[in-house]
Structures are given as C-alpha cells and as structure tokens.
Design a protein around this ligand. Structure first.
Ligand SMILES: C[S@@+](CC[C@H](N)C(=O)[O-])C[C@H]1O[C@@H](n2cnc3c(N)ncnc32)[C@H](O)[C@@H]1O
Length: 475
C-alpha cells in the first residue's frame, strides 16, 4: 500500500499527573519490580488445560480425533476453523478432503497438508503461496487457506458456482479448482485475467509429458523466444468493446497476433502459457529488484524461475494424482464488477477482495506487464475501482463504486447464500478509512439479511494496515 503513510503515533505522557502524584508513581514502580513466587501451574501449556477442538466442534470431538496445523494461532483463524467445521463436520472423510485449517482427521493427514507442502516463494506456514498461488508476484493477493475455509463454510459443492468479481491474480479460482467447485472470476485488468487463467490451468499439467517435450529445447532458447517478441508496434486496445471476453480467448489472440513462429508456439496451450507466465514473472522480479542487492540479468531470473515453476508443476501433479483430486477448471472474464454479466440469483457463493480504497495503484504496479503485452491502459484507468478522480473526490468515487459492486453481488447471489468481502482499513491523508464497517451499515439496503465482521490483525512492522476485515453478508 505504497502511497499512504501511517500517521506518527507519539507516546503521550501526562506531566500534570506526574507532578501531582509522585508517591503513587513510585509505589507502582516498586510493585512491578518486586519478586513474586509464581505457582508451577502458571507454566502449564494452554493445550493441557483447554481443548480448543472441543470449542471448535462444540463438544463433538476432542484433540484425540482432530488436529489443527501448529501455525493456527490467531483468533480469526480459530473462528474460521469453527466455521468450516460447522459445514463439513458431519462427515469426517469430507472434512479430511476439504478442510483448510486441520492437519489431521482421525490420525490421517488432510489433503491441505499435502497441497500446502508444494511450497512456493514467500510461503508462510500453510496459509499462502503453495501450489501455483506463488506464480507471478502480484501485490495484493489474499491467502488461499483463508479463502478455502470461507468456501467450505458456504457449503458449496460440485454443482455450485463461486464468483470472485475482483479476481486479481486468481487466488479464489485456484482454491475452487482444487476443491472441485466451479468458479468464475471477473477482472478489469486484461493482463491479470491471463495470469489468473494460467495459474488455474497449470494445476492440470501432466508433468512427465511436459518435461519430456521441454527436454528438446534449452531454457536459454525459450528465454530468447519471449525476449524477442516484438514489443513495439501497434498497441493492443482492450476497451469497452472488448469487455466480457473470455481470458482463454485473450490468450489465444495474444499468441496469434503478437508472438512469432517458433518451437514454443507449437506447444499445447497450457504448456506455452506456463512458459509465458514464467517470463512475465521474471520480468517482474527484474523490474522490482534491479536496483537492489538481489539484482540479476533478466535471463538469470527466467532460468531460476523456470526451474522453480517446474518443481511446483511436478509436485502438484504428484499430489493431485496421489490424493485423487480432480481439478475443476474455472472461467475468467475480462469485465467489470460494476456490471456483472451474470443472470440474477445465479451464484452460490462469493469470495472477493476489492481494492482497499485508494491504497494501491494497480496499473502502475504492473506497468511492466501491461507494456510487455502492448496493452493500452488509457481506458483501463477510467474503469478501475479506486483509481478514478483526484484528491478528496477520489475517496467519494471509490465509495460509490464499492456500493455499486455490492449491489451487483446481491443481485447475482442466490437467496440464503453468502458473500465474503475482504477489506483493510487504510489511511488516506490523515484519516483512517474503514469501508468494511460502512458495508455493514449498507447491507440491509443492498438486499442482505445478515452482516458479520471478522477482524484480522495485520502483524509486522511495515504494515500500513492495522486490520483487515472479512465482511460476511448473507442474502
Ligand atoms: C485486492 S485486488 C484482488 C486480489 C485477489 N484477491 C488475489 O488474490 O490476487 C483487487 C483487484 O480488483 C481489480 N479491479 C479494479 N477495478 C475493477 C473493476 N471495476 N472490475 C473488476 N475488477 C476490478 C484490480 O485490477 C485488482 O486486481
């Protein structure tokens, strides 16, 4: 969240109080430094006195039957465990296959244990960056594990449809795909439509066949192929007219119009798209790290990233085979969340994170990507939530767009279904916005019958957000 600065919070002392009550202050200091005898029970671990599983399962099971991942440590995570158990808990084998926060069910490892073992760059525990989530370093991804628990809570199954109208780099789609749930993602940035589509499609690559074919060409030749792609030339104008195009079609058009002939172009779509994404990943690494101690040549980034991509594809293939997980392919549309091209009452659940007010310039962040693809961004800026207008007016326009997008979500959601919206409280000027709380006040007018807020503290010294909120809306 680069542009916005946290106000400096100074520590305020009260000199008047210190002057008036010196003896009280001294006795306080004495009290805090005197030696006390601490009974041994104080050091007993929480888990030996309180069984969290009993709380999560409302007394149905204890920790002999279910085990959480060791890194489940925050209160909001425990609540998500309880929420997913509420929906899946009647069938322990289903819980083992789908749960996000449980490591073991009746002494057997869950699928999430194996899926999150396919580790990616920047992974924290079992929460993010596993499988293909780490492909392309997009700023503003949310955590797959949290998304998975929310999808589980919504009780969506094989015949359901989950929507993410601000799909970004496709986290919701990757989670739905491995849960076997159909999903649709909408995104205004065509480059990200492609990224999302490729990340989801790469889950289905048959690694041994891919590897065999790839052995016929040197990594440096693949790099040269993408490097030579004519960057100059006519701009690719993706404006209103092109809206609602499928990302698969965008990718096919891009290959047809912008890539020269060559071995890479003859490969099956999912394979050549993965190589293409790897080049875009390297381009991003190169752009962001070129003036740091981690700087390398673009080709070096590409070769390193390619090896790591192949490790992920091979691990994913193996785990999906071993666990008999059938991937459900998602649909990605280049379109706007402000006018969803979906019929009323057609989706069973929504999990999404809209831009957090005006916190990030999503075009500037991925300018290198848009430039490489030759995409003209002049119309894009006019369409993006959070980038319209200037100064004070910007926040007002954001509010109008956020409300409009929620109205659209309410329209397409089936009755009794849930929408989960993730939003952070960001500082704009000298004011901390909290649009999550505003949404709760709008909920009834928008057509929702229940609204809950789940608060997630943001840890870490550099966080410009204090909290993120999951707004849970029921229609
Ligand atoms: C916080 S990011 C979503 C990140 C995503 N959850 C992920 O894990 O990658 C918000 C996204 O909303 C997109 N966006 C902005 N305006 C939009 C609009 N009018 N319609 C659809 N998407 C839009 C931005 O391009 C950005 O990718």
């Amino acid at each position: 969240m680069s542009e916005i600065k946290e106000p400096r919070l100074g520590y305020q002392t009260n000199p008047v109080q210190v002057k008036l009550f010196p003896t009280e202050i001294e006795s306080q200091i004495e009290a805090t430094t005197k030696k006390v005898r601490v009974p041994r029970e104080v050091f007993r671990s929480l888990s030996s006195t309180t069984d969290i599983i009993t709380w999560i399962t409302e007394g149905k099971y204890d920790r002999k039957i279910l085990k959480l991942f060791d890194d489940v440590s925050q209160l909001y995570e425990l609540l998500l465990c309880r929420m997913e158990f509420l929906t899946l808990g009647d069938d322990l084998s289903l819980l083992r296959r789908r749960a996000a926060y449980f490591e073991e069910v009746e002494h057997e490892k869950t699928d999430h244990f194996f899926l999150s073992a396919i580790q990616g760059k920047g992974q924290i525990g079992h929460s993010n960056q596993y499988l293909t989530h780490w492909f392309y370093p997009y700023k503003g991804k949310f955590h797959g594990q949290m998304v998975k628990a929310l999808i589980n809570f919504m009780g969506v199954g094989k015949d359901s449809l989950v929507l993410d109208p601000f799909v970004g780099s496709g986290t919701t789609l990757v989670e739905c795909a491995t849960l076997g749930v159909s999903s649709i993602g909408i995104e205004i940035n065509p480059a990200l439509c492609m990224v999302s589509q490729i990340k989801a499609d790469s889950l289905s690559i048959v690694y041994p066949e891919f590897r065999r074919e790839l052995a016929k060409i040197k990594p440096s030749s693949i790099f040269e192929y993408f490097r030579k792609k004519p960057v100059e030339g006519k701009k690719w104008r993706l404006g209103f007219k092109e809206m609602n195009k499928d990302a698969k079609l965008l990718l096919a058009e891009s290959w047809q119009q912008q890539f020269p002939d060559g071995f890479v172009k003859t490969l099956p779509e999912t394979w050549r798209n993965l190589l293409f994404l790897c080049y875009l990943h390297a381009l991003s690494d190169y752009t962001y790290l070129k003036s740091t101690s981690k700087a390398m040549a673009l080709e070096e980034f590409f070769i390193r990233d390619l090896n790591e991509y192949l490790d992920t594809v091979s691990g994913t293939y193996r785990v999906l085979q071993d666990r008999h997980i059938q991937v459900q392919a998602p649909k990605v549309l280049f379109g706007t969340a402000l006018e969803l091209q979906l019929p009323p009452e057609s989706v069973d659940g929504i999990v999404t994170s809209p831009p957090y007010s005006i916190a990030l310039d999503y075009i500037r962040n991925d300018q290198h990507l848009l430039d490489y693809l030759g995409i003209d961004t002049s119309e894009l800026r006019e369409q993006m939530v959070g980038l319209k207008g200037r100064n004070e007016e910007k926040i007002q326009l954001y509010r109008v767009d956020l409300r409009k997008s929620l109205q659209e979500m309410a329209r397409v959601l089936k009755p009794a279904s849930y929408a989960a919206i993730l939003l952070g409280d960001v500082v704009v000027g000298s004011h901390r916005t909290n649009f999550a709380k505003e949404i709760v006040t709008w909920a009834k007018d928008l057509g929702f019958i229940e609204a809950e807020l789940i608060r997630r503290p943001i840890l870490g010294g550099y966080a410009r957000l204090r909290y993120e909120y999951i707004v849970l809306l029921r229609k």
